[in-house]
Design a protein around this ligand. Structure first.
Ligand code: ZN
Length: 272
């Protein structure tokens, strides 16, 4: 499931493919992807002939700013933007097709989504952005993590700190992998009630978030950014996906528990 680093990678790539491009041909399949009340025909009419002015990211959302209006794209669980040639046939699970001209260059940018949990929301000029975008909390990469502010937010929450970190209105962009890694770097038990964290612990957590995001982005060589479906030899994370293996800090076996419905790896000795 894409988290902040994977979506940041998508933003960089989409910026190359779509920056200052004109949408000369648009096709879309109707359905949940387009949001309630939107039709494929309406999307095609709204986007045809538009020019892309900006490709931005906030949390796990992408925003294509247009000369009139905008598109908000969320990759859901399995969404992916792919570049193709204009005469390439439809790709498997292709849901949106943007045939674009960028200077003299033409290409076809396709959105594919096998499971279909993503979103492609077209917003007209002067219309408000989707609620899921406007309610996003600070983005750790764009805004940094303000430890005192985060401490203030966590102080009112009874839920486990791991669950709080997955709430996109608290911080935008963390998912299961990055939250697991950040809590390990901060040496905090993911099951702790959020409101029990001290200022010093939240300061460590803020640094842990910055560290895991930076580590993951550093591995982005422009080809693929790794996210791991199963534990394996290529797993680049400190503890995510390494349950049962020795903790890198103390060598005791890493445990796996369920927090807020999500499998969570942690070290019972290092994380208190
Ligand atoms: Zn340990």
């Amino acid at each position: 499931v894409p988290e902040l680093p994977e979506v940041e990678h998508a933003r960089r790539v989409l910026g190359e493919w779509l920056g200052a491009a004109t949408l000369e041909g648009v096709a879309a399949r109707g359905g949940r992807l387009l949001g309630p009340g939107a039709s494929a025909g309406g999307v095609v009419r709204a986007l045809s002939g538009r020019r892309v002015c900006a490709v931005e990211r906030r949390g796990k959302w992408l925003r294509l700013g247009l000369d009139r209006g905008a598109v908000f794209s969320h990759l859901g669980m399995t969404g992916k933007w792919v570049v193709a040639a204009l005469d390439d046939a439809a790709l498997p699970h292709e849901r949106v097709r943007l045939d674009v001209r960028q200077g003299r260059r033409r290409r076809s940018v396709r959105y594919t989504d096998p499971r279909g949990f993503g979103r492609f929301l077209v917003v007209g000029e002067g219309e408000p952005p989707p609620t899921a975008w406007s309610t996003l909390g600070p983005d750790p990469l764009l805004d940094g993590v303000d430890a005192p502010a985060l401490h203030g937010e966590l102080a009112s929450r009874r839920q486990a700190v791991k669950a709080a970190l997955l709430d996109q209105t608290l911080l935008a962009g963390l998912g299961n992998i990055q939250a697991t890694e950040a809590l390990y770097h901060a040496r905090i038990d993911p099951r702790r009630p959020a409101r029990t964290l001290s200022r010093a612990e939240v300061a460590r957590l803020a640094r842990g978030i910055g560290r895991t995001l930076a580590d993951t982005l550093l591995r982005d060589d422009g080809a693929t950014i790794t996210y791991v479906a199963e534990a394996g030899a290529s797993n680049p994370f400190a503890i995510y996906g390494h349950q049962g293996e020795p903790c890198p800090g103390c060598a005791r076996p890493l445990q796996k528990v369920v927090v807020a419905g999500r499998g969570t790896v942690f070290c019972a000795r290092c994380q208190r």
